[in-house]
Design a protein around this ligand. Structure first.
Ligand code: HEC
Length: 384
């Protein structure tokens, strides 16, 4: 009668301990030849070829990594697309709003981050089923040796061939230095070491302070060592300083003669308000949609000065010159082109809004200004 049954404990396995990796491999081979299938090994370090002897299938962790990587990629791309093209469209250097090449670095980082986190969690929680606070193996009297310089073959008691006598005869001898039976351990739900113990907290604090000091030193001093100092001491142009590169002493170059920036078509009537008034025609049809957009842009750019109704009641404080009403006969008689001219070049105290409002939106704003004017001066037929 074994000790286990005497103590009323269930046997969950047996471990045979060997001195060298070769003995372990030989023991494994013999165990497999005798038909044992629920085998495992416990070793102080990984040994090549053991997976093969255990007949283990390749880990499925790669699939977890693949799914995590693809998820990270999709999330990063779609978030950047949403942020840059949908939620807050921002024209950067005339590139398309969704410029996938520009979004690649963040996408790559996100893919790596997701893969790393999910692979770690997957390995620990899903494949190794950790944290697990009790293992029959940890209670074995051989565990100190098995974690330093000995090698063990573990046979699970659920193996149909499991029988202590067979194990002794098959795995005993041949370099084995002992066989230990593994007993089911009482359930343990808390870690053996307490993470809240003062020693552990002090250790954490020392590690944290050490990391901070080391980082500080590295960041502070490596920048001065070649080649890492290359960026700091590169030849460059200081602003407001004479450039030694170009004969005229300027660092910045003028654009090539005749250069037209995207969406900045040269304005032909810059000094010719009358010409603008006579020749420019509103190309945007008067529709509810265009009027709505015009109202929106008026609200953003014109309203603070010209007021909600265009009557010059500013929402700004009086520090700014009070603009005239847009309901004057003068402005009502102006053509759309003449108002367009004011938006393009500004007028006295009013600055130009050409760089802030898109070409098509300027005309929409004018439609809205017309609507405001009509609201005060509705012709007879509007009220009938
Ligand atoms: C920063 C304040 C400010 C903003 C914003 C502003 N304006 Fe003006 N605007 C003025 C002032 C001040 C004048 C009077 C300029 C002058 O003395 O000739 C004026 C004049 C005008 C005039 C000519 C009126 C006249 O009787 O000569 C028009 C038309 C006009 N603005 C339209 C607009 C439109 C359209 C917008 C929006 C795109 C706009 N303004 C935005 C301050 C502003």
């Amino acid at each position: 009668m074994s000790d286990a049954t005497l103590r009323g404990q269930r046997i969950v396995g047996a471990v045979t301990v060997y001195k060298t990796p070769d003995d372990l491999a030989e023991g494994l081979r013999r165990a497999r030849e005798h038909g044992f299938r629920r085998l495992d090994v416990v070793m102080p370090y990984p040994i090549h070829g053991i997976d093969h002897l255990l007949d283990r299938k390749p880990s499925k962790l790669g699939i977890v990594a693949l799914i995590a990587g693809l998820t990270g990629t999709a999330l990063a791309k779609s978030f950047q697309w949403w942020a840059s093209a949908i939620d807050y469209p921002l024209n950067i250097g005339g590139k398309p709003l969704f410029s996938w090449q520009a979004f690649m670095p963040v996408t790559f980082e996100f893919m790596v981050l997701f893969t790393a986190i999910m692979t770690t969690i997957g390995m620990i929680a899903i494949f190794n089923r950790l944290p697990s606070y009790n293992s029959a193996l940890l209670a074995s009297k051989f565990i100190p040796e098995l974690t330093t310089d000995k090698f063990g073959v573990v046979i699970d008691a659920r193996d149909p061939m499991f029988d202590t006598e067979t194990i002794r005869s098959v795995l005993g001898g041949n370099g084995s230095i002992g066989i230990d039976l593994l007993y089911a351990q009482p359930e343990r739900t808390t870690p053996i070491t307490r993470t809240g113990s003062p020693g552990f907290v002090i250790l954490l604090a020392i590690v944290a302070i050490g990391a901070i000091v080391t980082t500080r030193i590295v960041v502070r001093y490596t920048g001065e060592i070649p080649p890492w100092n290359a960026m700091k001491y590169q030849s460059r142009l200081n602003s407001q300083a004479v450039s030694p590169v170009f004969a005229d002493g300027f660092g910045m170059r003028r654009p090539v003669e005749g250069t037209v920036a995207r969406d900045h078509i040269p304005y032909a009537y810059a000094n010719d308000p009358e010409g603008a008034g006579e020749n420019l025609v509103n190309p945007i049809p008067l529709t509810a949609e265009n009027l709505e957009r015009g109202k929106d842009q008026y609200g953003v750019y014109c309203l603070p000065c010209h007021g909600v109704l265009g009557d010059g009641r500013m929402t700004l404080t009086s520090a700014y010159p009070k603009p005239p009403t847009l309901h004057s006969n003068k402005v009502r008689d102006w053509s759309d082109g003449r108002i367009y001219h004011v938006i393009m070049t500004g007028q006295n105290a009013m600055p130009s809004y050409a760089s802030q409002i898109r070409e098509t939106d300027r005309w929409r704003v004018i439609h809205y200004v017309r609507a405001l004017q009509r609201s005060r001066n509705a012709p007879e037929r509007d009220v009938q």
